[in-house]
Design a protein around this ligand. Sequence first.
Ligand SMILES: [Fe+2]
Length: 454
Amino acid sequence: MRHFNAPELLRTYFRRSFMLTLCIAALLAVSLPLLRHAQAIAEYKHDSLEIANKFLARELNFDVSEMLTRKNEPLIQRINVFMEYSNLVEFRIWNRSATLVYSFTTPQLIGQTFQDDHELMETMGTGQPSTEIGAADKLENQVLRGHGTLLEMYVPVFSSGRIVGAVELYRKVPPLNIASTQNLVYALAALLLPLLLHVFFYGQFKLASLKLVHSGVQLQQAYTSLAKTSLDSIRSMVKALETRDSVTQEHSEQVVALAVLLGRQLRLSPEDMARLVIGAYLHDVGKIGVPDSILLKHGPLTTEERRIMETHVTKGREIVQEVEFLCLGVDVVQYHHERWDGTGYAQGLAGEAIPVTARIFALVDVFDALMSKRPYKEAFSFKESRDIIRQGSGSHFDPKVAEAFLALGERELIELRSEVQRQGIHNLVREATSAIFDTPIGSSILGSCRLKDL
Ligand SMILES: [Fe+2]
């Protein structure tokens, strides 16, 4: 019996989710320290600009061009103190014409104009400061190269609301070590957090899957019980019908048992075997619509009576085709009087156009009738019955079905008949219909009642 396989479900979930967790953890472990590093740089730039802006607002609130014509020693001293205090390595002041008016490290350039300095012109043009971290690689910055990586800032200078110049500052960048202890802690946390979440969700999934399996088992049990009840109902219904026709009592159990035997000989699929068994039980259910005067008549039937008797296949189809479970037998019910050569009824189908279950049952039905005593005939012997079946191969019966039947031994068939009379066919049917009883929920077998277009 197929059930939800909890261990397999858990293994699949664990394997897939663990790989995903590892990927997420690795991604976080790499990206979190990088983000932290980027944030530290951004904070450093922001703090540096704030310090510079405060100093400039307080000290450089005049037209800085004046510094070309007169020394301002107190201001220069305050700049020196500011530089030392703020870890600056260079302090340059530019006037609005991009002429250098003060430089701490390169005073020899004072008075020169640098209008091709892109950052300087942009800062004075937009009034917005700009920052950049890198090596001081401009020609005029040769003296700064020994300081390594620096924060370069251009800050506009305002006087009476006008831009009167800009200040160019270079500040030492403290080591921002990506492999710092703090970053390693972040990386470790980034690794552990997804793994802990994985453990938590795995536990939850395990609980949920166990509940699901339990529900699945209960549902399967309910389904099996329902199928068993349906089969028992069919048996009861057929028994009730047989009490009406005393000559065919026990016919249904005999043909069911024989059908199972022949179905096995022909290696029918489990689904077709189930259809054959249900159909064998129900094959003559349509006779409920045939009047007693015809059904129980001892003498030969008239043409009209025969026509009415033959309607039992279509009446049977109408009874079973709309009912779940019963409809599995619809092919046998509808086509069990068709003949291989196309001379049967009710559709006149021929050859493999007749469903295989109906071809098998047609032979079984005839064989059982031959072997049984009727008011109008004695029972034929096994040999006589077998000869009649052989003669009908290729005309009445499917040759392959007939061949499989003829391969069965007399002892086997006789024993089967006596066993059915002695013990019934409960176990045989239970085994043969395992495709229905053991079909997992959601299987299509019950929804697959098929009937050829009429
Ligand atoms: Fe029939």
